[in-house]
Structure formats: structure tokens, C-alpha cells
Design a protein around this ligand. Structure first.
Ligand code: GLN
Length: 445
């Protein structure tokens, strides 16, 4: 199995460029070991998995898509890595991403751009663009990504695969390069809801190394995929009718509602009045947390080291040459929003509005079981097409409110536009009810 996927990588990845690094020897050796010991059990026994390169694997380079970490070797493995390896998964390589997971197209990688396997002229989405593209191209059956504002779901949508953002606290962040610590979640990308469900069962659970993980039971999520959603209430957010959406996406969204209707679910209208502020809130909260998290890249502790006669100059040169434009923009915004005199006006205000959005979702879930939106307002765009940061940021309007509210959500492929580019539908579930969320998604796939 590993050989088949490795040969797919050899054939295809010259064009797609999903991988930053392929572990040929490591993967084959692991596979041989499993062949020698065939009785061994595991939920992912012998399954090749690709890992977004912002997740640590002991002894391997960890770049987070940034020049500033080039050459840094991870001294420990993330909890998710230990968990998947314990269940027999075979890690096949590290995938490309927007620098520090900041972006929606993988164009912000410091190394190269990844192409969408559906059409090489289009971006794969981001920031987990490498992981989504690798799955779509059959270079790997499952991959892990991270989702701070949509980075698992949006690339899954653009590439036509399934991507799940678990509830915040469901999966340990230990060993994930921190971006926005109150938003970051590791999530699986796969070809089917079943594959994503199984991978979630493996990576979930309380972790002594991450104080934000929750003490909730880990289920075998695949067992809950019955396809029975009779009597369930599917919520449609009234306010998103004001959002600008590509007509073909709008049409697919309406058709997806029909599917639920036919399966015995009821469509209800719900209201999240503050959802229109979610993007603004996110672009204060996420950069603020990022500016604090990225302070550690000083040229002394990790990877790339700049030059200078004193410590200050070394810091300055390291960060000037080590970080890319988007990362610098976020650090500047975040530092500004947290600075004395502005903290109350920006960061605190944003945190309060975040809480209101959370409460509005809570109220909505009193009258519905799941909420449906398109994953992204458009299908994949061409390289360089999004000329301003704001245009790029808008591709996450539907995914960002979910992270702000710590909710689980999944993107499921649902048809294509006229150019044949995939459309994704997002289903948002209740906190820690991934089994219900996955079963709802199962009906749509
Ligand atoms: N595109 C969003 C951003 O640039 C979300 C990224 C993510 O989820 N990591 O911040």
C-alpha cells in the first residue's frame, strides 16, 4: 500500500507540489515492520498519512512553511503523531502550507505554491492546501491539517475532499506550531466521512500536555454513521443571505438542503445577528494571539539565525529576513491591538463580540441540531487573483465564526461549478457532538 502511494507521489507531485518532504525510507521501513508482524491491530494499521508541516515529528524538520524555521529539527512528537503511530499509521511526509498557517491559498508558503489537483491553474485553498491536495490526488488516503479560521475546511472544499474541524479541546494541540491558541485545532482530511471519522477517533482525547483538552469520552465515531437523520432540525442562518456568494455555490447550497429534506430532516431558520462582525473579530483576535506566539522566533532558539553585532540587531535581522509579508502584517496588527491604550478599544472589544457570537450559536442550537452554510463563498480561484488581503480574508466568512465559537464543523464536497471546480457544504454541529455531526455529513456525501 505504501509503495502504491509513494509511486503516486513520484508520478504526480512534480506538478502538484503538495509535499515539502517525503519520508521514503521511513515509510517503507515502517510498512515492512507491519508486514513482518501481521497480527498487530490498529484503527489505522498500515494506512499512509500525510502531516501538515506545522505539526512536530521527532527527528524531522519542522518549517511551518517559514524560512525562519528552515533547518529546525523537532525534538519531540506532537500528541496526534504518537496517537496515529500507535494505531499503526505510516507517516509518509510533510505537506505544504501558508507560512505559520496564515492564508487561504497556500500562496504564502515561503518555499513554493501547491496546485489544485482538479485544475492546476487554481489554488488548492489554504492554509492546509498541501494536505487537501495530497488527498485529492491519491498521494495519500488521509492527511492531518490545522484549522484556526477555516484552514482544514476551505482547502477541503476547494479540492473536493472531506475536511473536519473538531470541537476546540477535542484534539491535543501539543506539538502544533501555535498561531491563534484559542482558535487552533488539528483536524483530519480524507476522501470520505468514514475515513475522517476513524481518524478523529484516533487523534482525540484528553492530554496531560495540553491544558485546554477536555475530559470527554473518545468514541469510535465510524460506528455512529447510520444515515438516519429523521426528525433532525437543520438550521439556516438568516443573516448569511446578505453575504456575497457565487451563484453556483448558492445553488448547490439550496440543493443540499433538499437532500436533508428528503431524508426526513426539517429545515429551520435561525438567527446569528452578530455573525457579520465575525471576520473583524477574528482579524483582531487571531493576529493578537499570533503576535504573542511568534515572539519566540528570535534567531536564538529556533532554525534561521540573522546577523548582527548585538542581540537586538540579531533579533531584527532574523525577523526581517525570516518572516514573510503576511506574517509581518499579522504581527503588526496584533502588536498594535494589544498595545496600551488600544487594548480596550480593539482586543477587549473583539473578545466581547466573540462571546456574543458564541451565545448566539448556543441559542440557535436550542432549536436546531446542525447548521448548514456553504464552506466558502466561492470555488477555487486562480493564483494571484486575490490582490488585497481583505479579498483573501473573505474566503473564510463562513468558517471563521465556527472557530470563534469553538464549535465542530465539516466540509463535504457537493457538486462542482461550470468549470468543474468542487463546491463544499459546511455542516456545523453542537459542541463535542462530532458523532451527530459526522452522521449528518454522511447523508450528504
Ligand atoms: N485563512 C485564515 C487566516 O489566514 C485562516 C487560517 C487558518 O485556519 N489557519 O488566518
Amino acid at each position: 500500500v505504501v509503495q502504491v502511494f509513494l509511486s503516486n507521489i513520484d508520478k504526480l507531485d512534480g506538478d502538484i507540489k503538495a509535499f515539502l518532504n517525503v519520508f521514503y525510507d521511513y515509510a517503507l521501513k515502517k510498512a515492512e515492520k507491519i508486514d513482518e508482524n501481521p497480527q498487530k491491530e490498529g484503527l489505522l494499521l498500515g494506512v499512509p498519512v500525510a502531516i501538515k508541516d506545522n505539526i512536530s515529528i521527532k527527528g524531522f524538520e519542522l518549517t511551518a512553511g517559514s524560512k525562519i524555521l528552515k533547518g529546525y529539527i523537532a525534538p519531540f512528537s506532537a500528541t496526534v503523531i504518537e496517537k496515529i503511530e500507535k494505531e499503526g499509521a505510516i507517516i509518509i511526509g510533510k505537506t505544504n502550507l501558508d507560512e505559520f498557517a496564515m492564508g487561504s491559498s497556500t500562496e504564502n508558503s515561503a518555499f513554493f505554491k501547491t496546485r489544485n489537483p482538479v485544475n492546476l491553474e487554481y489554488v488548492p485553498g489554504g492554509s492546509s492546501g498541501g494536505s487537501a491536495a495530497a488527498v485529492k490526488a491519491n498521494e495519500v488516503p488521509v492527511a492531518l491539517g490545522s484549522d484556526t479560521g477555516g484552514s482544514v475546511r476551505q482547502p477541503a472544499s476547494f479540492c473536493g475532499v472531506v475536511g473536519l474541524k473538531p470541537t476546540y479541546g477535542r484534539v491535543s494541540r501539543y506539538g502544533l506550531v501555535a498561531f491563534g491558541s484559542s482558535l487552533d485545532v488539528i483536524g483530519p482530511i480524507g476522501k470520505s466521512v468514514e475515513d475522517v471519522a476513524t481518524t478523529l477517533s484516533v487523534i482525540s482525547g484528553f492530554d496531560i500536555h495540553d491544558s485546554t483538552t477536555a475530559q470527554v469520552p473518545v468514541l469510535n465515531f465510524e460506528k455512529y454513521l447510520t444515515g438516519d437523520i429523521k426528525g433532525k432540525k437543520i438550521g439556516v442562518i438568516k443573516e448569511i443571505q446578505d453575504f456575497k456568494v457565487q451563484p453556483e455555490v448558492e445553488k448547490a447550497f439550496k440543493e443540499s438542503l433538499e437532500v436533508f429534506n428528503k431524508n426526513g430532516a426539517e429545515i429551520v431558520e435561525i438567527s446569528i445577528p452578530h455573525i457579520k462582525y465575525a471576520l473583524s473579530v477574528y482579524y483582531l483576535v487571531a493576529p493578537s494571539e499570533a503576535s504573542a506566539n511568534l515572539a519566540r522566533y528570535d534567531g536564538v532558539r529556533y532554525g534561521f539565525e540573522g546577523i548582527g553585532d548585538n542581540l537586538r540587531d540579531i533579533y531584527e535581522d532574523t525577523r526581517t529576513r525570516g518572516f514573510g509579508r503576511e506574517v509581518k502584517r499579522r504581527i503588526l496588527i496584533g502588536t498594535f491591538a494589544l498595545s496600551e491604550g488600544y487594548y480596550d478599544q480593539y482586543y477587549l472589544k473583539a473578545s466581547k463580540v466573540r462571546r456574543i457570537i458564541f451565545e448566539e450559536f448556543k441559542k440557535a442550537f436550542e432549536i436546531c441540531d446542525a447548521i448548514l452554510t456553504p464552506t466558502s463563498p466561492t470555488t477555487a480561484f486562480k493564483f494571484g487573483e486575490k490582490a488585497t488581503p481583505l479579498e483573501m480574508y473573505l474566503s473564510d466568512v463562513f468558517t471563521i465564526p465556527v472557530n470563534l465559537s469553538y464549535l465542530p464543523a465539516i466540509s463535504v464536497p457537493f457538486g462542482t461549478d461550470e468549470k468543474g471546480l468542487p463546491i463544499g457544504i459546511q455542516i456545523i454541529g453542537k459542541w463535542f457532538k462530532e458523532e451527530e455531526l459526522l452522521n449528518t455529513a454522511y447523508v450528504l456525501q
